[in-house]
Structures are given as structure tokens and as C-alpha cells.
Design a protein around this ligand. Structure first.
Ligand code: PMP
Ligand code: GLU
Length: 397
């Protein structure tokens, strides 16, 4: 038998965040003491009040299929959350609950894109965006940024990238991987360009909204002249330390929400019912219940930035949110360190894995080949030890 797979899967890249996590597990099984700073996953346990809600849901016999787009009570909790935290009005028919924000994104790509449609991706962008777009026959169009531009695009850059084929723009703020946060004024300036092109739909990924160290979170959908063409994506993985529970959701124009429900009805039948019930409790809780995690991430950010600034060759802008640093490490390109020729960020990331036993992710995975991503969703002791090892490993450069 010929082992022949579809072109679709053959053309798809493996998720490099998950690949690095798998490699870390493998090396640990071999007995290597790897510090894993590759995966964007809070190192906290899910808060007890959420776990108790899940146990209650099991005991209450929540074990059947839920409505495809989510329980009505959950959609109401999401609508209340959107209003409370973001000032956004979404009704039940505009909300779709999915198996993680990743599935929300996959739904969006599948329902919005036709072959050749262009999707603007300000760089660096989250790892799965480009491949989800390609999987739906769309064409990702990268908008480069750098440390110097604080990893943000300008309105002029946005306008210059728009063509008659532009169908969407996808971005996250706070940004994974750069940690940058677009202010309300910056979003308004981008909106001023987008209002001139009414066929462009915006995917605004706000999954890190609470992990913001610089001020109020701003949503693109808050602008009345944009609301009808913004899909707001969010989820509980990051804010509530619920990555494995797999619950994400969107607030969107009704015609898009309906389409996402239709596709989900063929692909998953809807998200896990117990996790959905627990998410009602998570979203109804006051934001103050998760503030301790945000405060801890902020302390760790200060720590990691101060340690990184001691290492020559790392240019690291201070992130404003999320839990990643995204240093430009192009200083090392062309150098040979401990016998490793560093040609690019991928070589550098592999060098750190082999010589410092620290797992990071190459910036290539996020459309920025001069950088690497380091997650500081790890304990202070791990961060200190990791940076000590990195400093030592590169000291011969
Ligand atoms: N968007 C961004 C920016 C992310 O970092 C992640 C990673 N969790 C996701 C979406 C997907 O999140 P999940 O599927 O866990 O809800
Ligand atoms: N979002 C996390 C990250 O960027 C988890 C990995 C993933 O979902 O791909 O590392």
C-alpha cells in the first residue's frame, strides 16, 4: 500500500510550540534536566472554585451533547463578560463556544476564506495563524516589524499592504509572542485605515486581555464603525490557567457566528460539556480572583528582563502583556559558539536546548527570523536558573 497523504497535510507545518514541548518531554524522559520555557502555558493550577464547578457538573450528569454553539447559560456568561470587561454588546446568536480559541480560529479561517484571499498578519504573529490560513487556501501576507518599531505596525504600513484580494487581518493584543499591547489610540489609527476598506474583516485575538501590565485593554470591536466586521476571539486557557480544558469562544456578526456553528456541527459537535459548565463559573467570577496570577507574571517579567539585560547580544524590548519575551538575537548570527555555527534563530534556539538545556521557540515560527520566544510562565527559580545557563552558554560568543 502506498502511504500517501493529502497535499493539504503535506503542506502543513507542525506547530513549533507544541513540537518544542514534545521535544522537551522526550529529552526529560532521557534524563536530561531541561528547563521548558517554550510553551505558553500558565504554571498555575486551575483555581479550586472552577474545579469544584466541574465536579458539580459531573455529579449533575452533564454528560450529553451540548448545543453545537455552547450552552445558553455559558453564552449568557460570555455576553456579560464581554459587556463587563470590554464594553462590547454581543447577543446569544453572536457567540460561539469552541474547543479552545484554536478551534475558534480554525472555524474562522474555514468559513471566511476562499482560495487566494489574502490575510494580513502583522509580525510577529501567533504560531498557528499562518498555517490555519493556508489550510483554508488563504494566503498569509506578513507585515514585518522589529524591536525598533516596538513590534507594532503603523497605519501607513497597513494601508500599503492592502490589495483588492485582502479579505482579513489577524492579530493578537496583548501579542503572543512579542508581549506588545496596542493602545486604544493605536487601534483607532489602524481602524481609520480599515474603515476605508469595508470588505476587510478583522480577527482580534484577545486571549491575553487580562495579562496586561500597561493599562486598560482595548478591543477593535469597541469602535462603532468597526463593530460589524470584527470577530473578537477569547478563551479561558490563559486567564484562568485552563489550557487543557479546551474552551475558547468568539463574539462576531451573526452571519459569521452562524457559519462557525455550521462548520463546528460537522467537525466537533461542540465543546466538552463539563468544561463548558466550569467556564460559566470562571467567567462569572470577579476579575480580582485571578489578579494574583497577573501580579506574579508582572514580577517575573521584571526579573527576566533584568537578567536578560545582563547578557550581551540580547535586544529585548520590555513586554507590556502576555507572558513572553521576544529578544532579537541576530547579534549571534554567523558566530560559532561551542562548536555550533549559528546561522539563524532556529540554530540559536537548538543551541540553547543542547548547550543550556533551556527550551525556547525560534522566531521563525512567528514570522520574525531575528528573534526567539522565551515564555516566563515558569517559577522564579526556573527563570533564574535558565538565564544563568543561557548567559554561560553564550559567554564564548
Ligand atoms: N491565540 C493565542 C494568541 C494563543 O497564544 C493561544 C495559545 N493558547 C491561542 C490563541 C489558542 O488558545 P486555546 O486553544 O488554548 O484556547
Ligand atoms: N498558545 C501557547 C503557545 O503559544 C500554547 C501552544 C499552542 O497552543 O500551540 O505556546
Amino acid at each position: 500500500m502506498q502511504q500517501k497523504l493529502s497535499d493539504r497535510i503535506n503542506n502543513l507545518a507542525t506547530s513549533q510550540t507544541l513540537a518544542m514541548a514534545a521535544k522537551t518531554r522526550e529529552l526529560r524522559e532521557e534524563g536530561k534536566d531541561i528547563i521548558g520555557l517554550s510553551l505558553g502555558e500558565p504554571d498555575f493550577n486551575t483555581p479550586d472554585f472552577i474545579k469544584e464547578a466541574a465536579i458539580q457538573a459531573i455529579n449533575d450528569n452533564y454528560s450529553s451533547y451540548s448545543p453545537v454553539d455552547g450552552y445558553v447559560e455559558l453564552k449568557d456568561a460570555i455576553a456579560t463578560k464581554f459587556k463587563r470587561d470590554n464594553g462590547l454588546n454581543y447577543t446569544r446568536s453572536q457567540i460561539v463556544v469552541s474547543t479552545g480559541a484554536k478551534q475558534s480560529l480554525a472555524n474562522i479561517a474555514m468559513v471566511m476564506l476562499n482560495p487566494g484571499d489574502e490575510v494580513l498578519l502583522p509580525c510577529p504573529y501567533w504560531v498557528s495563524y499562518a498555517d490555519l490560513i493556508k489550510l483554508s487556501d488563504g494566503t498569509p501576507v506578513e507585515l514585518p516589524t522589529s524591536v525598533e518599531s516596538n513590534f507594532k505596525i503603523t497605519p501607513e504600513q497597513l494601508e500599503a499592504a492592502i490589495t483588492p484580494k485582502t479579505r482579513m487581518i489577524w492579530y493578537s493584543s496583548p501579542c503572543n509572542p512579542s508581549g506588545m499591547v496596542y493602545s486604544k489610540e493605536e487601534l483607532r489609527a489602524l481602524a481609520d485605515v480599515l474603515v476605508k476598506y469595508p470588505n476587510i474583516i478583522v480577527m482580534s485575538d484577545e486571549i491575553y486581555e487580562h495579562i496586561n501590565f500597561v493599562g486598560a485593554h482595548a478591543s477593535m470591536a469597541q469602535f462603532d464603525d468597526m463593530y460589524d466586521r470584527v470577530i473578537t476571539v477569547n478563551g479561558v486557557s490563559k486567564a484562568f490557567a485552563m489550557t487543557g480544558w479546551r474552551i475558547g469562544y468568539i463574539g462576531a456578526p451573526e452571519w459569521i457566528a452562524k457559519a462557525c456553528t455550521k462548520i463546528q456541527g460537522q467537525i466537533t459537535s461542540g465543546a466538552n460539556c463539563i468544561a463548558q459548565r466550569a467556564t460559566i463559573t470562571a467567567l462569572e467570577a470577579p476579575v480580582s480572583k485571578i489578579q494574583f496570577m497577573v501580579d506574579t507574571f508582572k514580577e517575573r517579567r521584571t526579573l527576566i528582563i533584568s537578567l536578560m539585560n545582563e547578557i550581551e547580544g540580547f535586544k529585548t524590548p520590555e513586554p507590556e502583556g502576555a507572558f513572553y519575551v521576544f529578544p532579537d538575537i541576530s547579534y549571534f548570527f554567523g558566530k560559532t559558539i561551542k562548536g555550533h555555527l549559528i546561522k539563524d534563530a532556529t540554530d540559536f534556539s537548538l543551541f540553547l536546548l543542547e548547550e543550556a538545556l533551556v527550551a525556547t521557540v525560534t522566531g521563525d515560527a512567528f514570522g520574525n527570523p531575528d528573534c526567539i520566544r522565551i515564555s516566563y510562565a515558569a517559577s522564579e527559580a526556573q527563570i533564574e536558573e535558565a538565564l544563568k545557563r543561557i548567559k554561560l552558554a553564550v559567554s564564548e560568543a
